[in-house]
Ligand binder design. Structure first.
Ligand SMILES: C[S@@+](CC[C@H](N)C(=O)[O-])C[C@H]1O[C@@H](n2cnc3c(N)ncnc32)[C@H](O)[C@@H]1O
Length: 225
């Protein structure tokens, strides 16, 4: 699990660096949690960064930052939004996000906790922006499609997170997800499943890795700017 978290961050930040080279200057971290990019990222100073999160989580993070005496960088704006109650468009507009400029969305560790409607609404918003938009998010294959050992691990972990009040409720069949993204206008869909993740980041160690499980996906909309 820890390796997956490190790898998804590496994948997202490599894609972000490539997008910055292509002129992207806005970064939106959706469901930021304790994400630290704004405070340490090599390219943070070249970006306007919006951290979007549930108001309660964001308030807790700000207390943690203050307690650790970590200064808030000038590039950072907090945008408190409950995805189930307020649209991303409303929350980002209030925070000063420029809908006409290209943007990169990092959305890690959030999709499994959202309803399908909330996920669709966020992907729809990103796809309708006036300028090109990049998104990176992670998701999992449906549990019933996992090989038995992984299914057993999944069920144990899912029960633990549900007990903490944060149940995993959202899964995707890769082909259906790609079709949904394509219909929304996303292109360049790059989707790494467990085997592709290991092949890319731990070469030579992919033998025996299941083809199903956690995925990390990148997609881009193509607009005139
Ligand atoms: C597991 S954490 C992931 C944090 C971070 N992105 C990471 O990769 O470690 C899930 C995040 O989703 C946020 N989240 C869950 N439901 C949400 C909702 N309805 N509205 C806004 N944020 C939500 C939580 O506040 C939390 O920050």
């Amino acid at each position: 699990m820890r390796i997956f978290i490190a790898v998804r961050t590496r994948f997202a930040e490599d894609a972000l660096a490539a997008a910055v080279e292509r002129g992207v200057r806005q970064l939106v971290v959706l469901g930021a949690g304790l994400d630290t990019y704004a405070y340490r990222g090599a390219l943070a100073a070249r970006l306007r960064i919006f951290e979007v999160d549930h108001p309660a989580t964001q308030a807790w993070k700000r207390e943690c930052l203050a307690a650790a005496q970590i200064p808030l960088p000038p590039c950072l704006t907090f945008a408190p939004i409950d995805f189930e109650r307020r649209t991303l468009s409303e929350g980002l507009t209030a925070a000063g996000f420029d809908h006409a400029q290209p943007a990169f969305f990092i959305w890690l560790g959030v999709v499994p906790y959202l309803t399908g409607e909330a996920t669709d609404s966020t992907l729809g918003f990103i796809s309708r922006l006036d300028a090109s938009a990049h998104v990176v998010f992670d998701y999992s294959d449906p549990p019933e499609t996992l090989p038995p050992e992984l299914r057993a691990w999944h069920d144990r972990r899912a029960a633990q997170v549900a007990e903490l009040g944060e149940a995993w409720i959202n899964y995707f069949e890769p082909r259906q997800l790609h079709a949904k993204l394509t219909a929304l206008g996303f292109a360049e869909i790059e989707d790494l499943g467990p085997r592709e993740i290991v092949s890319r980041y731990f070469p030579g160690r992919a033998a025996g890795i299941p083809g199903r499980g956690g995925h990390i996906l990148r997609a881009v909309t193509r607009k005139n700017s």
